[in-house]
Design a protein around this ligand. Structure first.
Ligand code: ATP
Ligand code: KDG
Length: 370
């Protein structure tokens, strides 16, 4: 199959209709319960309601960044479904293609505050048999699904049910040349009873144009160690982003578009260190990173800037308790992304740093450097 990218390269696909929206995200969202106090799940007495879901997090964050986005999913006809639809629409996301399921509930999950030093936390999912787990390709309106410049999916969907795995397999193997297919591996150990089954995530990733994977999840799910080994096992995607936690991230890219030369020896690898942040909660950082990277991709920025936008958007999510943060304004982010390497390495981002950025001060007054 010939694939063409129409995101970030300014090329109109031959004969294809003009996309009506920047990014379409498909996946399950859940009402999320965040603890009011630190401690084990067994001990936390009360929780605050929020929203979660990797793909809708990407859609919401991109919408808050000024892009047009759509979230496609299925929720129950319960109050939690109403809440998700309202909250995600309030972010500026098109939710008109989300189905309501009268027979199955909306998924929910609880989590603990976790350990700030390691970024680990406990999670309890109540999503087996959820409305979203019944998603199939037959439910989807192709015009809505393929109507964006980018279609963003994640490996979480593959773990929800046989139907959802079938859906993801179909979307990553039988698809038109556009939109650009973005896939975040998002390996969730709690959703895979058997780690060996998570090898399927490698097959799904092979069908995407742009893949995001953490070096930790590649190690845990596939037994691969380090960015080079991951790229060797995953040469197919035109662009592969390996996130290396607080160390940084590497993007591997072929120098020419798919359909031209596909020899990875001609490709490039670009590493950008992550930022020094005061971590509040790690959840949602990967989604925010994807949103920042995709935003910069839509704008046609070079790889280094894409990675820097990913780190900046992740830093926004890392400095708030929930999944969703207010991303930095575009001028502010561009200014930080343009810093020279020593100034970038000297940035220190504390909670509230993105609010300060909207006040009109100069960038170097708003974050401390050391
Ligand atoms: N301790 C840290 N310090 C600074 N930046 C970090 C840290 N941890 C993560 N990041 C940033 O967040 C990005 C995403 O991290 P990671 O891939 O670990 O998130 P994730 O576990 O996938 O998140 P999610 O809950 O959204 O799936 C990293 O690429 C980096 O930019
Ligand atoms: O883990 C999941 O399935 C979720 O989608 C819940 C969270 O919102 C997500 O992990 C954040 O990336």
């Amino acid at each position: 199959m010939t694939r063409s990218s129409n995101a970030g390269d300014g090329q109109a696909p031959d004969g294809a209709p003009v996309p009506d929206i920047d990014v379409v995200c498909l996946g399950e969202s859940m009402v999320t319960f965040l603890p009011r106090l630190p401690g084990r799940l067994a001990d936390v007495p009360s929780f605050d309601r929020a929203i979660g879901g990797a793909e809708s997090n990407v859609a919401c964050t991109l919408a808050r960044t000024g892009h047009t986005t759509r979230w496609i999913s299925r929720v129950g006809t319960d109050g939690f479904g109403d809440h998700l639809l309202g909250a995600i629409a309030d972010c500026g996301v098109d939710v008109r293609h989300v189905r309501r399921d009268p027979l199955r509930p909306t998924g929910v999950y609880f989590r603990t505050a976790g350990d700030r030093a390691t970024g680990t936390h406990e999670v309890a999912y109540y999503r087996a048999g959820s409305a979203a787990s019944a998603m199939t390709a037959a439910d989807l309106d192709p015009a809505a699904l393929y109507g964006g410049r980018i279609l963003h999916l994640s490996g979480i969907t593959a773990a929800l049910s046989a139907d959802c795995l079938g859906l993801l397999t179909e979307l990553t193997t039988r698809r038109p040349g556009r939109p650009l297919l973005s896939f975040d591996v998002n390996y969730r150990p709690g959703l895979w009873q058997d780690t060996a089954r998570a090898r399927v995530l490698l097959d799904l990733a092979r069908g995407a144009d742009l893949v995001f994977v953490g070096d930790d999840e590649a190690r845990d799910a596939w037994g691969l160690h380090g960015p080079r080994a991951i790229r060797e096992a995953l040469p197919e995607p035109h662009t592969l982003v390996v996130k290396q936690g607080k160390a940084g991230a590497t993007v591997f890219r072929r120098t020419r578009e798919p359909g031209g030369c596909c020899d990875d020896a001609t490709g490039t690898a670009t590493f950008v260190p992550a930022l020094d942040v005061d971590l509040v909660a790690a959840t949602g950082a990967g989604d925010a990173f994807a949103a920042g990277f995709l935003s910069a991709t839509l704008r046609g920025l070079p790889d280094r800037a894409r990675l820097r936008h990913g780190h900046l958007w992740a830093a926004a999510a890392l400095t708030v308790p929930g999944d969703l943060a207010t991303p930095p304004s575009r001028p502010y982010a561009d200014r930080l992304a343009a810093l020279d390497d020593p100034a970038w390495a000297g940035l220190h981002l504390a909670p509230g740093w993105t609010d300060a950025a909207t006040s009109g001060h100069r960038a170097d007054e708003e974050v401390s450097t050391h």
